[in-house]
Ligand binder design. Structure first.
Ligand SMILES: [Zn+2]
Length: 378
């Protein structure tokens, strides 16, 4: 039985809950959102801002990208990925599975693993499930993720079934490799399995049951955030929750819009990650309590109000939409810094408010009020 996750407050069965995930770098309050630090840094937001200003307790980095550059020997010399990055809080590493949907990264997928195209020097590199785990063990993250096979969105049911079977076979190898390796630099490192199966409920249930039998510290639901209908995604989370043991943390990978986070928490999910908030900021799409706004629109040119009156971040306290519109339109890099800061603060603060509402038994009212203002929904 996993002793890494403690449920704090739960409402209805399979509904929203708060909890504590114990890691080698502190205890993380759930549900939580992890900003994405693929290469060891969140784009345009510093570790200090994340930790000191926003209270972020956990990031996710990409094991394969770090393995390629700067490489394991340099990271080992630094004392592991935490020390190399200068981040002493929670840290997940993805095995690289998400990259599988990107054609320019993947040369070939077989039962042996994935042959990636090194984006730095274009050479080919086989990452087997064993190798993926040994890389993550060497990086010393707090939570390692199994190598999974994520099909491109919209593939046939047969393709999703094939990817699921392969992902489960790899998960068995990952678990054996993880248990056998006594040279982990993070002795408290945890291992999560990942389900695939697209929007096919029966496949997702089958995948979760297979992962339960193998025995992981937590279960991740992979393959979302790439074009599926939101309703299908929530159905998958709800169905998966019914077969995943209650004491296991459930991580929905790749979602990060305010409404998705609220809904997925409502389905009982505990952990999330996505580059969406920072990527949207760089595209000028800004989260506010009154709904998203596009900062490049002419309507903001002479608007001397904050991005969001209800946001407590320093950008909203100090700068006007007019100024941020000017920086964005003139491609001033500081504009991207300020907008990325605000969006990350917004999502982090949303998760804090979600946790408070669950603890106080007011989650559904909080959700309804938030959605009403955000999308004008009654
Ligand atoms: Zn703000």
């Amino acid at each position: 039985m996993c002793s890494c996750f403690e449920i704090k407050v739960k409402g209805a069965k399979f509904g929203p809950r708060t909890g504590l995930l114990s890691t080698g770098h502190g205890v993380i309050s759930s549900p939580f959102f992890m900003p994405v630090a693929t290469k060891g840094a969140v784009k345009f937001v510093t570790h200090e801002e994340l930790q000191m200003d926003m209270g972020v307790e956990c990031l996710i980095s990409n094991a394969f990208i770090n393995y390629l550059n700067p490489g394991l020997s340099l990271i080992a010399k630094a004392g592991g990925l935490h020390k190399f990055m200068g981040w002493d809080k929670g840290l997940f590493t993805d095995s690289g599975g998400f990259q599988l949907i990107l054609d320019h990264f993947v040369h070939k997928i077989s039962d042996k693993g994935v042959v990636f195209r090194n984006p730095f020097d274009k050479s080919l590199e086989l990452v087997s499930p064993e190798k993926a785990i040994l890389i993550e063990n060497a990086l010393g993250s707090d939570v390692a993720m199994c190598l999974d096979h994520q099909p491109v969105f919209g593939k046939s049911r047969t393709d999703y079934l094939d990817s699921l079977i392969r992902t489960i076979e790899w998960a068995e190898v990952c678990k054996k490799t993880f248990d056998k390796n006594e040279n982990k630099i993070n002795k408290k490192q945890l291992l999560f399995g990942i389900t695939q199966g697209g929007v096919h409920i029966d496949l997702r249930v089958k995948a979760a049951q297979a992962l339960n039998e193998i025995g992981f510290d937590g279960i991740a639901i992979g393959g979302f955030g790439i074009g599926e209908a939101q309703r299908d995604m929530y159905n998958v989370i709800s169905a998966s929750k019914k077969v995943i043991p209650e004491h296991k943390p459930v991580y929905v990978m790749g979602i990060g819009s305010p409404l998705e986070l609220l809904n997925a928490v409502g389905c009982g999910a505990d952990i999330f990650d996505s580059a969406y908030p920072t990527r949207m900021a760089r595209h000028g799409l800004i989260f506010t309590h009154s709904g998203p706004l596009k900062i490049d629109r002419g309507v903001h040119k002479q608007s001397f109000v904050p991005l969001d009156n209800e946001c407590g971040c320093f950008v909203c306290k100090k700068y006007s939409r007019a100024y941020l519109h000017h920086l964005y339109k003139t491609h001033e890099q500081n504009g991207l810094l300020l907008l990325s800061y605000h969006n990350t603060f917004f999502v982090t603060n949303l998760m804090k408010n979600i946790r408070t509402s669950i603890n106080e038994g007011t989650f559904w009212e909080f959700k309804k009020d938030f959605e009403k203002k955000y999308v004008g929904k009654s």
